[in-house]
Ligand binder design. Structure first.
Ligand code: UD1
Ligand code: UDP
Length: 383
């Protein structure tokens, strides 16, 4: 049996690792341990409930308005004793959060091989996204296995001298989650039902990036201007729990006509909100992958993207955070049917929905040899 510890902490890690954790649990060759740092509490608990996942460990790390430094220290202190106790053969981390980086680094210090899921995303701009670009580069440096979603991601890793036999292009596990959830029978709850039955076109808005905090007001003003100019447009905005964002939202959204500020949605509801929306304005990473698969045009309110595949597929447009740029791009999509249709075709550059299965198969064939041949893990004297 290969003992695999999966570490998650935030909403997107939960969504994207749920299919992996379940595939590990289903495998007769794997012993699966799920460690939830709970860097996010309520937003991740929603996901665990949806996928019926019960973590073996819950570090309950989240504190309101947590600073990255304190979060980092507490993650280290929480994760290390569990690694020492469980001694997994391999640790899986996902993406680029602080949980991801500290989970990987703590494993490295115990000389436990790390498998990085959603490996090889790069903007090569250190402060954008912040701190995620550094997190994923650091994990890329120490990982024994890189599970890349696309060929471009593989190329990024090769440029950084990752061993070719340590990379598997498997697609993005978000497609596994998305397909499973979107196929379940579903009905909106009483809050959302009337919104989606009123005949208006919906702009779905989400924002949370730290490097965008200073410019978020511009994004909010752009959206309000668009709504004021069109009677048939409404905005649905599930507001991230980060208190800094909430403060800005409360300050900036003054005229609430046709604007619905709501709590973060459970993943199932959110997927159906995406499906029912006319267009999406977001700085999210995961939504940039889901929207192409659903054929929803996305204006990416950021200055960089690590997901150029969506831009090339034509579904994503990188518009930045200036009020004028967002209004102009939004108006084009609302008024020009041809421009809209060009972006709205369903395309899916991020996988077939079998990424999790491939990751587990890969780990299974790696078996007891949990690092690519040729890597020498020297025993150190002081640990
Ligand atoms: C984190 C990740 C980011 C990821 C995002 C997904 C880091 C540095 N950032 O950013 O990469 O894109 O999650 O959403 O790891 N909060 C709650 N309830 C929750 C979750 C958050 O109240 O369920 C509030 C807390 O006050 C918390 C704050 O949000 O202190 C910020 O959370 P944090 O995990 O530090 O950063 P995010 O901006 O959520
Ligand atoms: N999401 C959700 N409810 C919401 C907003 C987003 O379930 O109210 C999902 C979304 O479908 C995607 C993930 O959360 O799968 C993205 O999370 P977020 O934008 O917080 O993080 P990022 O992907 O930018 O790291």
């Amino acid at each position: 049996m290969t003992k695999v510890m999966t570490i998650i902490g935030t909403r997107p890690e939960g969504i994207k690792m749920a299919p992996v954790a379940r595939a590990l649990e289903a495998s007769e060759y794997m012993e699966s341990i799920l460690l939830n740092t709970a860097q996010h509490r309520d937003m991740l608990d929603q996901v665990l409930d949806l996928f019926h996942l019960v973590p073996d460990y819950d570090l309950n790390i989240m504190k309101a308005g947590q600073r990255l430094e304190e979060l980092t220290v507490r993650l280290f202190e929480g994760i290390t004793p569990i690694l020492e106790k469980e001694k997994p053969d391999v640790v899986l981390v996902h993406g680029d959060t602080t949980t991801t980086f500290i989970g990987a680094y703590a494993s490295f210090l115990r000389q436990i091989p790390v498998g990085h899921v959603e490996a090889g995303l790069r903007t090569n701009t250190l402060y954008s996204p912040f701190p995620e670009e550094l997190n994923r580069q650091m994990v890329g440096r120490l990982a024994a296995y890189h599970f890349a979603a696309t060929e471009k991601n593989r190329q990024n890793l090769l440029k950084e001298n990752a061993r070719p036999d340590s990379i598997a292009v498997v697609g993005n596990t978000v497609i596994d989650a998305l397909l499973e959830i979107s196929e379940r029978p579903f009905e909106f709850d009483d809050e959302l039902k009337p919104i989606f039955e009123n005949g208006k076109r919906t702009i779905l808005l989400t924002t949370h990036r730290r490097e965008n905090l200073e410019e978020m007001e511009q994004v909010y003003r752009a959206v309000q201007r668009i709504v004021q100019q069109h009677d048939d447009i409404q905005v649905v905005f599930p507001v991230h729990k980060n208190p800094v964002i909430r403060q800005k939202v409360m300050r900036e959204f003054v005229d609430m006509k046709n604007i619905y500020l709501i709590e973060p949605l459970g993943y199932e509801q959110f997927v159906h909100v995406m499906k029912q929306s006319y267009l999406v304005i977001t700085d999210s990473g995961g939504i940039q992958e889901e929207a192409p698969a659903l054929g929803k045009p996305v204006l990416v309110a950021r200055n960089t993207t690590e997901r150029p595949e969506g831009v090339e597929a034509g579904t994503l447009k990188l518009v930045g955070t200036s009020e004028e740029a967002i209004v102009t791009a939004g108006e084009t999509l609302l008024n020009d049917e041809k421009a809209y249709q060009q972006m709205a075709a369903v395309r899916n550059p991020f996988g077939e929905g079998n990424a999790s299965r491939q990751i587990v198969d890969f780990l299974q064939s790696a078996g007891g040899q949990m690092e690519p041949a040729g890597i020498d893990r020297k025993q150190v004297l002081y640990r």
